[in-house]
Design a protein around this ligand. Structure first.
Ligand SMILES: O=C(O)CCC(=O)C(=O)O
Ligand SMILES: [Fe+2]
Length: 288
């Protein structure tokens, strides 16, 4: 059976600032650091039960895997639930509901005492520690982040599969124009190559993250995350340094996002359908 051409992301136990900058940041290569946060209180404290106890009555925004609808705003949640109910659901059964981009600094400030901003030689954005939760077998669609930042993704409880591609692979990925995602009907954990033949030419990376491990994703890297068991992660970020990525980030934030919203308002579902179709036409043009 054909499968995606994915290399295992290199793993190290720990890393110095110099090693990180020279071996991974400068060449823009991903890495998993296995034992970097063992001295954080979060390493022993953070699990689903703890999050439930600390945020029980908070109402959290939830996302499932429904395709983008023109009526939804950019990143608008599909449902909400009390955190205690959500954690109970995660533990009880597989669920598609995920928490995506939840700013813990704002929501539960005391969690800040449980971690520190590591010195990887990059300036981390202090206001933006984001949390992500998911149930067994749920996935976060393939996307790259609007600011093309360097992302440090710390995982807690359970196991998560991550598949990454760099921006050079865009032409093989059925990327949707004027957006940050690929076709949502591609199952990246087991793609249908008859339907999506260009994926044969994509070269990417993969890993399975365990509790306490941190994944470095270089600037603008595409990422697809599948929760193999219920769990959650925290992302810290550093602004893109490569001028090309930085200008792409500015374009996305200042122009692309608003243009897309305006087109949704004017053209409705036709705009979404056109974009989905263009993803195939553009990728096939390159493939043939
Ligand atoms: O883990 C997830 O569900 C998504 C993570 C993500 O997209 C990110 O860290 O930027
Ligand atoms: Fe992301």
């Amino acid at each position: 059976m054909p499968s995606l051409d994915l290399q295992d992301i290199p793993r190290v136990e720990t890393i110095s600032k110099e090693e990180f900058i020279n071996n991974y940041f400068k060449p823009q290569k991903p890495v998993v650091i296995e034992r970097f946060i063992e001295d954080w209180p979060a390493y022993s404290k953070w699990n689903l039960e703890y999050m439930k106890s600390i945020a029980a009555d908070k109402v959290v925004p939830l996302y499932d895997d429904r395709p983008v609808d023109y009526k939804d705003g950019f990143n608008e949640p599909h449902a909400t639930m009390k955190m205690s109910d959500y954690v109970d659901l995660l533990k009880r059964e597989p669920t598609k509901y995920r928490i995506f981009l939840w700013n813990i600094l704002k929501e539960i400030p005391q969690l800040q005492q449980d971690f520190s901003y590591p010195d990887f030689g990059l300036k981390l954005m202090k206001g933006l520690p984001m949390l992500f939760f998911g149930g067994r077998d749920s996935h976060t669609f393939m996307h790259y982040d609007i600011d093309l930042a360097n992302i440090f993704h710390f995982h807690f409880e359970g196991q998560k599969q991550c598949i990454l591609f760099d921006q050079q692979q865009n032409k093989h990925l059925y990327k949707i124009p004027h957006s940050l995602i690929t076709r949502e009907d591609i199952n990246f954990s087991n793609p249908d190559f008859e339907k999506w033949p260009a994926l044969n030419n994509a070269k990417g990376w993969q890993c399975q993250l365990k509790h306490g491990e941190v994944l470095y994703m270089p600037e603008g890297y595409w990422h697809y995350m599948k929760y193999l068991t219920p769990g959650f992660s925290m992302s810290l970020r550093a602004i893109a340094r490569n001028p090309k990525n930085l200008s792409k980030a500015l374009y996305n934030v200042l122009i692309m996002r608003h243009f897309d919203n305006v087109m949704r308002r004017i053209k409705g579902q036709k705009w979404i359908d056109w974009k989905n179709n263009q993803a195939i036409i553009r990728t096939n043009k390159h493939f043939k």
